[in-house]
Design a binder for this molecule. Structure first.
Ligand code: THG
Length: 262
C-alpha cells in the first residue's frame, strides 16, 4: 500500500513550534524518520493556527526538499497555498485535496495537471460529508467524470471516502468501507482509494488499536493508500501482515523484515 506520512502537520505541537522558530532540523528529522519507517510520501500541512500559511508552506517544503525528493502531499484548502506548494514540491507531488463539488473540481484538477500532480478528492460537497455509501459514491462518480473531462489519468486520482472519528460518527465507518469497495466499480481501470486514517481514532482511549484495526478492515475492502503514522510499528506490522493475507505480498518466514528492506 502507498503510505503518506502524516507527521508534518501544524496540528502537532512540535511542528507548529518548529514552524514558529524556523527550526529546520525538527522538520528534516520528521521527514527522514517517516521515510526510513516505510513512508512513500510526506503529507505537509501548516496547521489551523498558522497566521501566514503561504510563507509557512513555502518554508516547510523548501526545508523538506533539502533532505529528500520523495513526493509531497500538499495539504491545504487555500488555493494560493496549494499552487505555491505544488510549484515548490515539483512533479509527482500530490494535491491534497479537492472536495467533490464541480466548482472546486473545475479549478483544482486543472491546477494539478499544470504541476503534474496526483489528486486526492474527498467524497464531500459544500453540504458536508454524507452519512451513507450511496451518496459518497455519487460524489466519487462526479469526481471521476471531472478527472476524465480534464484528462487527469485515473491512476493518478485518489478518492478519499473521509473517515470521521468513531466516537462521534459511529455509523460512518461501515459506509466508508462500502464506499472503498464500490469505488472499484466506477470505471476500468478504477480510481485509487485513500483515507486519512488517524481521524478515526481521535479522542478514543487506545488510538493505535483503533487505527490499526480499521486499517486492516479498509485494506480488506480494497484500500490502496493511507495518510497515517508510519512511526507506529504495530500499525505498519498489521498493514504488512494484512497485505500478506490478502495475497498482495509473497509469503516468507521473515516477511515483516523482508518488506521493510524493500
Ligand atoms: N484526508 C485527507 N487529508 C487529511 C485527512 C483526511 N489530512 C489531515 C488529516 N486528515 C490526516 N492527518 C492527521 C494528522 C494528525 C491527526 C489526525 C490526522 C491527529 N492529531 C492529533 C489530534 O488531533 O489528536 C494532534 C494532537 C497531538 O497528538 O499532538 O490525530 O482525512 N485527504
Amino acid at each position: 500500500m502507498f503510505i503518506i506520512g502524516e507527521k508534518i502537520n501544524g496540528m502537532f505541537k512540535n511542528v507548529s513550534e518548529a514552524i514558529a522558530t524556523k527550526n529546520k532540523l525538527i522538520i528534516q528529522e520528521l521527514a527522514k524518520k517517516q521515510l526510513d519507517a516505510g513512508a512513500d510520501a510526506l503529507d505537509v500541512n501548516v496547521g489551523p493556527a498558522s497566521a501566514e500559511p503561504l510563507a509557512d508552506m513555502e518554508w516547510l517544503i523548501t526545508t523538506i526538499r533539502e533532505v529528500t525528493d520523495k513526493p509531497i502531499a500538499v495539504d491545504t484548502t487555500k488555493l494560493a497555498v496549494m499552487e505555491k506548494g505544488l510549484s515548490l514540491a515539483g512533479p509527482g507531488s500530490i494535491l491534497n485535496s479537492t472536495s467533490g463539488q464541480k466548482e472546486k473540481l473545475d479549478i483544482l484538477i486543472p491546477l494539478a495537471k499544470k504541476y503534474n500532480a496526483k489528486v486526492i478528492a474527498l467524497t464531500m460537497t459544500k453540504s458536508g460529508v454524507p452519512a451513507n455509501a450511496e451518496a459518497r459514491l455519487e460524489i466519487a462518480a462526479n469526481i471521476v467524470a471531472s478527472a476524465m473531462e480534464y484528462g487527469l489519468e485515473i491512476e493518478n486520482l485518489f478518492i478519499d471516502a473521509i473517515i470521521l472519528p468513531v466516537n462521534v460518527a459511529q455509523d460512518h465507518a461501515p459506509a466508508v468501507l462500502e464506499t472503498i469497495k464500490q469505488c472499484k466499480l466506477i470505471c476500468d481501470p478504477p480510481p485509487k482509494t485513500i483515507l486519512g486514517l488517524s481521524n478515526v481514532s481521535q479522542k478514543t482511549v487506545d488510538r493505535p488499536l483503533v487505527d490499526r484495526t480499521f486499517l486492516v478492515m479498509a485494506l480488506a475492502s480494497g484500500l490502496d493508500a493511507a495518510i497515517c503514522n508510519p512511526l507506529d510499528k504495530e500499525l505498519m506490522d498489521s498493514m504488512i501482515t494484512a497485505e500478506l493475507l490478502l495475497g498482495k505480498q509473497l509469503y516468507c518466514d521473515s516477511y515483516l523484515e523482508a518488506y521493510r528492506k524493500k
